[in-house]
Design a binder for this molecule. Structure first.
Ligand SMILES: NC(=O)c1ccc[n+]([C@@H]2O[C@H](COP(=O)([O-])OP(=O)(O)OC[C@H]3O[C@@H](n4cnc5c(N)ncnc54)[C@H](OP(=O)(O)O)[C@@H]3O)[C@@H](O)[C@H]2O)c1
Length: 272
């Protein structure tokens, strides 16, 4: 039998990258996945591919800065299926740049998406897990950058996330709800969408891929797969991270998988 047969999972950031791969894997293992992101078209595509494979997926397109919408989406997952077993907080954003030259709107977007939405989504899920089966996994996708060495303002959001997950683990240690932090290294996704076109195009060109890119663009899956295939020493694949999530959520509730660092074998040359 599939490892997650009959379970319900909410995955944020499921329209792209790590969240998309995680949603697919959890659905392949039998979960009904409730997938959230902003792009309705890309979410529908993910849902279609899950359903074509015999899985179940329900789509919610909204901005995570609308915290009421996030709480409602988590509640609806439980209302529709009678349970909530897993939430994966995968949505995240990185605006590169120095503090001296950075923009308030970018800092706000990072803290609201990477930190506040994780708090709101996790709290909504925990309350429902307590009301229903009492068991569950709250998984948050953090980053190598959250380990405290400092990496733009983004690193500060992920350090905050690591601290929040640690506190949550302690809060929940007398309950069968586990809080898991997954810290990926560089992964071939659309995570670089706010980097400069020169940086992204240069990186693609360095491995022989020539694709037009403007800041904010989302690259097609086949381009990302080609990038990963040609530069696998410095890029993990989204599915590598999804497998770490699956490992964590299939352990018994008395076992705490607290933190997993998972990435490519070589470190990535960072952009300014
Ligand atoms: N890729 C890496 O190298 C890497 C390394 C370490 C950690 N991470 C972390 O991994 C997680 C997933 O990122 P990724 O690499 O998969 O990047 P990605 O391909 O850019 O995916 C990001 C996802 O987050 C969603 N999202 C962003 N802002 C949102 C908002 N305000 N409201 C709703 N959804 C929002 C996006 O939705 P739309 O596309 O629909 O807008 C998309 O589904 C993030 O937390 C990131 O910090 C990534």
């Amino acid at each position: 039998m599939a490892a997650l047969q009959g379970k319900t999972a909410v995955v944020t950031g499921a329209s792209s990258g790590i969240g998309k791969a995680t949603a697919r894997l959890l659905a392949d293992e039998g979960s009904h996945v409730f997938i959230a992101g902003r792009s309705i078209e890309r979410l529908k595509e993910v849902a279609r591919s899950i359903e074509d494979g015999g899985g179940r997926a329900t789509v919610g397109a909204f901005d995570l800065h609308d915290y009421d919408a996030l709480q409602t989406f988590v509640a609806e997952a439980a209302q529709q299926t009678g349970r909530l077993d897993i939430i994966v907080n995968a949505a995240g954003v990185h605006h590169p740049g120095t503090i001296a030259d950075g923009k308030l709107a970018d800092w706000r977007a990072m803290f609201e998406t990477n930190v506040i939405a994780v708090l709101v989504g996790s709290q909504a899920a925990i309350r429902i897990m307590r009301e229903t089966g009492g068991t569950g996994h709250v998984v948050t996708i953090s980053s190598y950058a959250g380990q405290g060495e400092g990496h733009h303002v983004y690193g500060a959001t992920k350090a905050a996330v690591n601290s929040i997950c640690k506190v949550l683990r302690a809060e929940l240690e007398n309950e069968p709800i586990r809080a898991v932090t997954i810290m990926p290294g560089a992964v071939a996704t659309n995570f670089g969408r706010h980097h400069s076109p020169e940086f992204v195009s240069g990186m693609l060109k360095s491995v022989g891929i020539s694709t037009a890119f403007q800041a904010g663009d989302v690259l097609a899956d086949d381009v990302l797969e080609e990038l990963r295939a040609r530069a696998s020493a410095i890029f993990a694949s989204p599915m590598d991270i999804a497998r770490a999530v699956l490992y964590a959520v299939t352990q018994p509730h008395d076992v705490s998988v607290s933190e997993i660092l998972v990435g490519p074998r070589k470190s990535f040359p960072t952009a300014a």
